[in-house]
Write a protein that binds this ligand. Structure first.
Ligand code: FAD
Length: 471
């Protein structure tokens, strides 16, 4: 009987445990992808992710095609789609790689139980993480809530198993009907805001592997110092590829280790943060919606639609915040340091709930990832596990001067300030009138004045956060 291989965020052939097991079984394979917005509910994929998914599915379909297998696309509740497909094909088994989003874990365990009750073989595998959450526990047998001991335990475990090669052969079942990818209308049409995404990214497994090799060979050794400088390409930019599973974390680990050995550790540590966020999400499924530190439930946030709109559009008057927010809108990505500064600005300078920022990122990031995004926002807000201390309020001017010292990052994304030299580019409101004039900057017209004063906003935030701490 045929075997249904259910692809999810593992859109690759390399190091794909479910695919590997399917190939070894010798059974004819039906390869399936289900667009299941209903089960995802309010965490259905955002707009930028849908653009990425379209191209990633096209790439996977082509790669599977070379193995003689068609990728079947269906839309709707996964349990119904599977039931239907089992009936159509007479499949006797379903294989998949595990997901860790709370809604997906709930759905998948129900599906597993009901298909098994029907007598089908159902197997799930770990293709998304280096270490299975259930296996990585502290001395009390609980999920680690602090990163450093978590990461020490991961390293002490001897590292992840080596990646599996892509199968050379796969038996194909007779292909049932499939939706046409174009009919899903995943990329935007009117308006087509994806121009910057198309210019920035190459999507799919081949592109992911090329990026990984190029990074491991040329930039990995400098990662530790280069990673914080926003004007350079010092990081791997593998995040969307990792999110959609176009490359596996085990493959990234293996390549980094073989290219750089110990020198690769600062980079692997960041991959460790991805693990940490996922393990936390499994243990605390409320993480995307609610602070893990419950004292924050009582925080008195502000409602300020005008400030929120300025933040989203990147017109806050703080060049670094604006550069980050515009990079996000234009390319579907933001440098990690800019994410921290922009998130801190929303939460602490504007006192707008972190969940609102998390939502905006969810819709606009091509690497939007429930675990990493909620982990990142909670870290900045100070309400997460192992979070930044509440009194840390990033100063967007000093952060800019330190990590974008020549102003290249700001010039790229805030072109109306491009004529200012590095001395003023992160604090244009302090520049002498003739300097602004020569640079063609008209404050309040061509570029806004700061929507809040840093010192005042900082004092207001500290007072508000102090209240929470004393609760
Ligand atoms: P590199 O520095 O090359 O790191 C390699 C990989 O490690 C990344 O691709 C990513 O998978 C992982 N990683 C790195 N830093 C982190 C981190 N702090 N937390 C978790 N994983 C990490 N990352 C996402 O993948 N999706 C998100 O939705 C997301 N939202 C964020 C929101 C906020 C407010 C903050 C502060 C961070 C967020 N991050 C998110 C984490 C981080 O900013 C990105 O993973 C990183 O910028 C991606 O660029 P890169 O691939 O070049 O990273």
């Amino acid at each position: 009987a045929p075997l249904i291989l259910w692809f999810r965020n593992d859109l690759r052939l390399d190091d794909n445990p479910a695919l590997d097991a399917a190939a070894r079984s010798g059974a004819p394979v039906v390869a399936l992808y289900v667009l299941d917005d209903e089960s995802a509910g309010r965490w259905r994929m955002g707009a930028a992710s849908r653009w990425w998914l379209h191209h990633s599915l096209a790439a996977l379909a082509a790669d599977l095609g070379r193995l003689g297998v068609s990728l079947i696309l269906r839309r709707g509740r996964a349990e119904f789609v599977l039931e239907g497909l089992i009936e159509e094909t007479g499949a006797g088994a379903v294989y998949w790689n595990r997901l860790y989003e709370p809604w997906a874990m709930r759905r998948d365990s129900e599906i597993k139980a009901s298909l098994r009750a029907l007598g089908l073989t159902v197997e799930s595998f770990n293709g998304a993480l280096l270490f299975e959450p259930a296996h990585m526990r502290n001395k009390q047998g609980e999920t680690f809530k602090v990163f450093s001991p978590f990461w020490r335990a991961c390293l002490a475990s001897g590292g992840p198993p080596p990646p599996l090669p892509a199968p050379k052969k796969l038996a194909a079942a007779r292909a049932p009907e499939s939706d046409a990818l174009d009919d899903w209308r995943l990329p935007p049409t009117k308006p087509d805001w994806a121009q910057g995404l198309r210019e920035t990214w190459r999507v799919g497994e081949k592109a992911a592997r090329a990026r990984l090799s190029e990074f491991a060979k040329d930039r990995l050794r400098d990662y530790k110092t280069a990673r914080d400088f926003m004007g350079e390409e010092g990081t791997s930019r593998l995040s969307p590829h990792l999110h959609f599973g176009e490359v596996s974390p085990r493959r990234v680990w293996a390549e980094a280790t073989s290219q750089a050995g110990e020198a690769g550790l600062p980079f692997l540590r960041e991959l460790g943060w991805r693990e940490f966020c996922h393990h936390l999400l499994v243990a605390f499924p409320e993480m995307p919606d609610r602070g893990l530190d419950k004292r924050f439930d009582a925080f008195s946030w502000r409602d300020d639609p005008a400030a929120l709109a300025a933040w989203r559009k990147g017109v806050t008057g703080y060049p670094l915040v604006d550069a980050g927010m515009r990079q996000l809108w234009l390319t579907g990505y933001m440098h990690n340091r800019a994410r921290m500064v922009a998130a801190s600005f929303l939460i602490k300078h504007l006192l707008i709930p972190w969940q609102i920022g998390e939502r905006w990122f969810w819709d606009t990031l091509v690497d939007a990832d429930l675990a990493n995004n909620s982990g990142g926002w909670q870290w900045v807000a100070g309400c997460g596990a192992d979070a930044a201390p509440y009194f840390r309020v990033f100063n967007p001017v000093l952060q800019g001067e330190k990590f974008d010292p020549y102003g290249d990052y700001v010039r790229r994304y805030v072109p109306e300030l491009a004529g200012l030299d590095a001395r003023w580019i992160h604090r244009p409101w302090e520049a002498p009138a003739d300097v602004l004039g020569q640079a063609g900057v008209r404050l309040g017209e061509s570029y806004p004045r700061p929507i809040v004063d840093h010192a005042e906003a900082r004092a207001r935030a500290l007072a508000a956060f102090e209240d929470v701490r004393l609760n």
